[in-house]
Design a binder for this molecule. Sequence first.
Ligand SMILES: NC(=O)c1ccc[n+]([C@@H]2O[C@H](COP(=O)([O-])OP(=O)(O)OC[C@H]3O[C@@H](n4cnc5c(N)ncnc54)[C@H](O)[C@@H]3O)[C@@H](O)[C@H]2O)c1
Length: 412
Amino acid sequence: MDTQNTKQSKPKVCTVDDGYQWKTGFAFFDQGFANMKASEDKPAQEAGNMESQKVGALKSVAGTQDQVSILVTGGAGYIGAHTCKALAEQGFIPVVYDNLVNGHREAVRWGPFIEGDLSDYDLLDKVIKEHSIQAVIHFAAFAYVGESMREPGDYFRNNVSNSLTLLEAMRDNGVNTIVFSSTCAVYGVPAVLPIDETSPQCPVNPYGESKLFVERMLHWFGTAHGMRAVCLRYFNAAGADPDGEIGEDHDPETHLVPLVIEAAMGTRASIAIYGTEYETPDGTAIRDYIHVTDLADAHVRAIRHLRSGGDSLHLNLGTGHGHSVREVIDAVTRYSGATISVRECPRRPGDPAELVADATRVKDVLGWVPRWSSLEQIVETAWHWHTRRRAVANRNVARDARVAHGNRSVSK
Ligand SMILES: NC(=O)c1ccc[n+]([C@@H]2O[C@H](COP(=O)([O-])OP(=O)(O)OC[C@H]3O[C@@H](n4cnc5c(N)ncnc54)[C@H](O)[C@@H]3O)[C@@H](O)[C@H]2O)c1
């Protein structure tokens, strides 16, 4: 795994598949947002005007006062890309900053892209200035629990130290609002269910610990520099864009829904169930699955909250309802009609029987309600995207074979 500390990416000129051309050497939209709806978010615009006075001299040609630019670190990743789509739909300009260690260039479709590493203060500083960044959504991180147990140093360097570099670049440019991707892993093994935001924070792995460190850094940057942060503690993100444009594509994949879908499609031989004797109705572990489109919506609401002067917050993002591993497998079986081969394996150390959010606070404070997070919708949207991705991959293989065949014929 690339530890990221030495990689110093240069800004690039990028052409994306949708026909827009973004020159990401810090400027300038040739076209692309002309048709984009101006922000419908009046308080946000007003707050934005106040903030942009602060950065007055730094205002670039990238966007107008109505088109507020949000720096999205990790915006080429799974949740980041879905959030960029939601931001663009709401009139914001998502400026993606990602080193592509785990992200996908083709998932960046709704705004400029800068290929860069979080450890690169100078590049972050330049991007914030040139794009008149007014708030940040910080997704970029390593996010594999098991890997964090083997390589804690990578996690503290990338998730903690590199986040500090970002916070310093924000502070130095007067950008004082941030939405941070935290996780239910900050709670560790809960004593009480459902888990609310006041539950003790006792992470049981370096990944959860690294996220808790960032939450603490944000607290102290708030005290010292007036930075305001919404820390969103996600439970299990799942599903795909209902339009099928983007979806979940991790390598390696460790999340249950895509793994079960791969098993149903036959691209994976079987699905492992870790633990069948938990104290749950069917003996398998229960998790709170939240649709990625609902997650994305919560980020836009959090940005609006901050931009209208709202206080720092810590919010669980879950549905308040859990599903067992067997229920997820059954849902994919029902939807696909496939026979899924299952392997029953011993439980993994540190895997709690049940993790379910108390999601009352996010509903009260942000007015957020999950709209896509039934298990059926999660499975249907994820299935649709996997099918589409497989069709594209098959077409590409066929095209490459035709090209190779053509080349052989020519050289004969
Ligand atoms: N997926 C979930 O269920 C879940 C649950 C809880 C929390 N989270 C958190 O949400 C965030 C996004 O998760 P995801 O599933 O979309 O992950 P992801 O791996 O798909 O996205 C992370 C993105 O960050 C980029 N990145 C990593 N290190 C970087 C660096 N040093 N500089 C620049 N870019 C860098 C990667 O290339 C990738 O595009 C992460 O912070 C993760 O910890 C995810």
